[in-house]
Design a protein around this ligand. Structure first.
Ligand code: BG6
Length: 516
């Protein structure tokens, strides 16, 4: 059967990725084009966009990196990556051919000004030959230490703006190593690009279920009235991973769980759960409200840090039936490292809505399973008519769980009378599963985010002040940890839910961690 064109093909996913308008033809220039992120995420995401959406005719990719590849070799490598990592396989030959014909490679060091001159010439040629209209997205997918020189060189070569068309720059995480370096990076970016050109990526914001937090809260009349300190007892945000370092020991040693997960993904989840309804669903209105939440986080400094955080490192153990080494035995890890692979912390959002409601966050690697969820635990009914003596079951609090991944969905736990002549109460769940309600595969986070950047919509990207507000909170913790004795970095067996002390930490408050 002949292949239909991309635009004609029946496409159940098209509704999933809303298209406000078709993106204009453009070129994406990927710095670090031979790296892991490019091959695992970016190229498969672009290919899936080509497959499912009318990516603009003439859309082109320029790989910019140090390895000596030809255009053809770059295309071959891309094809292998897409075959391995694409959400949709096998590769559709017709779509691939048209996609690959727009892929080019430029070999250069990131510090060499002539590389940027050549890039300028190539981009002008593509504007002529492929009709890309001067529209450019620069994607920084290199080691973060190279961001400043690339940004400076783009500016020096005059590639930060164009007489015709638009120029955007996407900056990968980690955005800075601490508050000072994030501020410095923001200043360097700000010297060369206007804020509206800058797209700081946090891939959690591209996840469908993360976006659904706002839809759930703001498109339904029944939840918002109880979304506050009067009804909510506390909130737990869990990002558990069963994976370990995946060959990223060098990076992780410098980052640890707090920089790798808390500063970005987890504080973004917290902000979406806690923010006030924005006045409009546009980039600045949404981000204004998120920034207010980050500013309202009760700072953890000095002794508060010791009392409100737990950090730990995985030892050897068993995960998913496999024996795994401890963190200190991983490649690229120093044998006396105190880098944390697990963090639990308690914080408060000091505003009228949330005063007095604890937010418990925990994340770790080599935990028993992969699960990301936000659980909102409500207060008990004001008067308990069913005492234990006459209601032999225990009355448990209502919990609303937003399951971000896997088993994407939402469940509400409530008490129900067990059938019978006596008054026994049991907790039951009311469940919504994305998979069964929408019978449709979810697009990958990067697909959504790359498309939004082409459309000039930065709602799902972090703004300059937002990234600094998140770092301000984390910096207090980092500073205090530096002063604490190294014995405070606890240990846990791989394949368990973290150190035992993390349980005591929450029991002290008369609460317990959920077992997802
Ligand atoms: C990345 C972290 O940002 O997010 C990784 O650097 C982590 O350490 C990953 O494994 C988790 O992402 P996801 O989408 O698999 O939850």
């Amino acid at each position: 059967m002949p292949h239909r064109s991309i635009a004609e093909a029946p496409n159940p996913l098209r509704e999933g990725l809303r298209i406000k308008q078709s993106p204009e033809p453009c070129v994406m220039i990927i710095f670090g084009a031979t790296g892991d992120l490019t091959h695992r995420k970016l190229l498969p995401a672009l290919y899936n966009l080509a497959l499912e959406h009318p990516l603009p005719a003439g859309f082109s990719v320029v790989g910019f990196a140090r390895r000596p590849y030809s255009d053809e070799q770059f295309r071959q490598q891309a094809l292998e990556s897409i075959n391995a990592f694409s959400r949709q396989k096998p590769v559709n030959p017709q779509v691939w051919e048209s996609f690959a014909s727009g892929m080019f490679y430029l070999e250069s060091n990131f510090h060499d000004p002539t590389g940027y001159e050549k890039l300028g010439t190539l981009l002008n040629r593509l504007d002529q030959e492929r009709g890309t209209g001067g529209n450019r997205i620069f994607y920084l997918s290199t080691s973060p230490s190279q961001y400043p020189e690339i940004i400076q060189n783009l500016g020096a070569a005059g590639l930060n703006k164009n007489r015709k068309g638009w120029t955007h720059i996407i900056i990968e995480k980690p955005f800075g190593h601490d508050l000072a370096s994030a501020g410095e990076l923001n200043r360097q970016v700000g010297k060369v690009f206007k804020e509206e050109q800058v797209y700081r990526i946090d891939h959690y914001l591209g996840k469908e279920t993360v976006q659904n937090i706002l839809v759930f809260r703001l498109a339904n009349g029944i939840f918002e009235p109880v979304w506050n300190r009067r009804y909510v007892d506390h909130i737990q945000i869990t990002v558990a991973e069963n994976l370990g370092l995946e060959g990223r020991g060098g990076y992780y040693e410098e980052a640890g769980a707090i920089r790798d997960m808390v500063q970005n993904h987890m504080l973004q989840l917290l902000a979406l759960v806690a923010m006030e309804p924005p006045i409009a669903f546009d980039a600045n209105s949404v981000r204004d409200e998120k920034v207010k939440v980050l500013h309202a986080l009760q700072p953890l400094v000095g002794r508060d840090v010791m009392n409100n955080t737990v950090r730990a490192q995985y030892g050897p153990g068993w995960v998913g039936g496999h024996q795994v080494p401890g963190y200190l035995e991983e490649n690229g890890v120093s044998p006396d490292s105190v880098t944390e692979t697990y963090v639990a912390l308690k914080t408060h959002v000091d505003n009228w809505r949330w005063a007095g409601v604890p937010f418990y966050l925990r994340t770790g690697k080599h935990l028993p399973k992969r699960v990301t969820e936000v659980a909102i635990q409500f207060k008990l009914a004001p008067l308990m008519l069913f005492k234990r003596s006459d209601a032999q079951g225990q009355v448990e609090p209502n919990v609303l769980t937003l399951r971000i991944q896997p088993d994407e969905g939402i469940s509400l736990k409530f008490g129900a009378k067990m059938p019978g002549t006596d008054m026994q109460i049991r907790s039951v769940n009311m469940d919504f599963f994305y998979g069964s309600s929408f019978v449709r595969e979810q697009p990958e986070a990067y697909e959504r985010l790359l498309l939004d950047c082409m459309l000039g919509d930065s709602t799902l990207f972090t703004r300059r002040d937002e990234v600094e507000a998140a770092w301000t909170f984390v910096q207090g913790i980092l500073d205090a940890w530096k002063e604490e004795p190294r014995e405070l970095v606890l240990s846990y067996d791989s394949g368990t839910w973290g150190p035992q002390f993390a349980d005591e930490f929450i029991w002290r408050d008369g609460r317990r961690w959920r077992r997802p």
